[in-house]
Design a protein around this ligand. Structure first.
Ligand code: HEM
Length: 355
């Protein structure tokens, strides 16, 4: 139990760490040592130094209906059956899981690997959820067609199925498949250069998505996923009390509510819905929220700028966004895809196969 509490605290602190000194002092005040990773927190300054080159989007032979051609025609149904058992919160987690997988070493299930120093232990990933659904799908798949379906494809299928359910069947796209699973995963690669932090400004967001082969439109469209799920208070502590005064760009009623909810001794474990208007629906309400200042993160509020406002207005309350979201998820799913030469089909999603 004590371990769980520590994890929850860490999870909620992941996003408080910035180049601003007050966030560092909050971080230290919880008694955790400064991170030992090598990459400095330079999100808002010059382009981050790459330890590895950004994986370019590549087709790498992905194909819709891949498993029908590979003796596992039931593969996508099996994943769907597992996803259908998930709660709304876990479904949200599954969509975020795909994003966090693809942005670090490409869509290769490196986010699922267990170990003391793997991506799963990286700060931004401590609040990920949905792993149990992926494991359940994998177990069922290994019974039906052993050694065929990659964990990377399971993550992609699960995000698609979660989107379908949470959008009340409005987001409905096909997933090109045939990814292989990576064999490498490092906690420190979740920080700095790969996963954007919630305090990122527009220039940083554009740069970090461009590094993955995604353009500003993809970035705006994918950010609409913040119409579901939850956030821990520290993830937006740069915008509300304590310690900063409420952001002027935040709706005053929301700011008041968040200040009350988060200004408590257990601030670090307290959560709030990302979208207070339609919390469990994956819909274009997010864009209305961006325009009315009812979003949590600096990175969400950044979309209310002259550069992106036309797109935000276009998607606000429009069903066009559903199709655009599916297309952007497919595009994201091509990031750094591994072939059979570079990867493997794991037997268990949490561990690489014994050679
Ligand atoms: C644009 C840059 C992005 C930033 C800075 C960002 C940051 C965050 C943060 C800080 C949280 C809350 C973590 C917590 O406190 O528990 C969160 C939650 C979430 N994010 Fe993002 N995110 C971004 C893009 C995306 C994308 C592209 C997707 C998916 C396509 C996504 C899906 C989600 C979902 C579904 C949740 C809620 C998860 C849950 O309830 O378990 N995010 N994001």
């Amino acid at each position: 139990m004590a371990k769980l509490v520590v994890l929850a605290v860490l999870a909620s602190l992941i996003s408080t760490v910035s180049c601003q000194s007050w966030t560092w002092s909050i971080y230290r005040s919880w008694g955790y040592p400064s991170p030992t990773w090598g990459t400095p927190w330079t999100y808002n300054s010059a382009p981050a130094t790459w330890t590895t080159p950004p994986p370019p989007p590549s087709s790498n032979g992905l194909k819709v209906g891949y498993y029908a051609d590979h003796n596992c025609s039931n593969a996508e149904n099996i994943v769907r059956a597992a996803v259908e058992k998930a709660s709304a919160g876990i479904l949200a987690g599954l969509i975020r899981l795909a994003f966090h997988d693809c942005f670090v070493r490409g869509c290769d299930a490196s986010v699922l690997l267990e170990g003391s120093d793997t991506e799963k232990q990286g700060f931004p990933n401590l609040s990920l959820r949905g792993f149990g659904i992926i494991d359940a799908a994998k177990d069922a798949l290994e019974k039906e067609c052993p050694g065929v379906v990659s964990c990377a494809d399971i993550v992609s299928f699960a995000a698609r199925d979660a989107s379908y359910i949470l959008s009340y069947k409005k987001i409905n796209y096909t997933v090109p498949a045939g990814r292989f699973d990576g064999k490498v995963s490092f906690a420190n690669e979740t920080l700095g250069q790969n996963l954007p932090p919630p305090f990122a400004d527009l220039a940083t967001l554009k740069r970090m998505f461009a590094d993955k082969g995604l353009d500003p439109t993809d970035m705006v469209v994918l950010s609409g996923a913040h119409s579901i799920g939850i956030s821990h208070c520290p993830s937006f502590s740069d915008r509300v009390n304590p310690p900063a005064s409420p952001s002027p760009s935040m709706d005053s009623d929301l700011a008041k509510k968040l200040n009350q909810t988060c200004d408590t001794p257990n601030n670090a474990t307290t959560t709030v819905p990302q979208d207070s208007v339609t919390p469990d629906a994956l819909d274009s309400q997010y864009y209305k929220n961006v325009m009315s200042g009812k979003v949590l993160f600096t990175s969400d509020a950044a979309l209310n700028s002259s550069e992106t406002l036309e797109l935000v207005k276009k998607y606000a309350g429009s069903d066009d966004w559903n199709t655009a979201f599916g297309a952007a998820m497919v595009k994201m799913g091509y990031i750094g895809v591994k072939s059979s030469k570079e990867g493997e089909i794991r037997k268990k999603c949490g561990v690489i196969n014994k050679s």
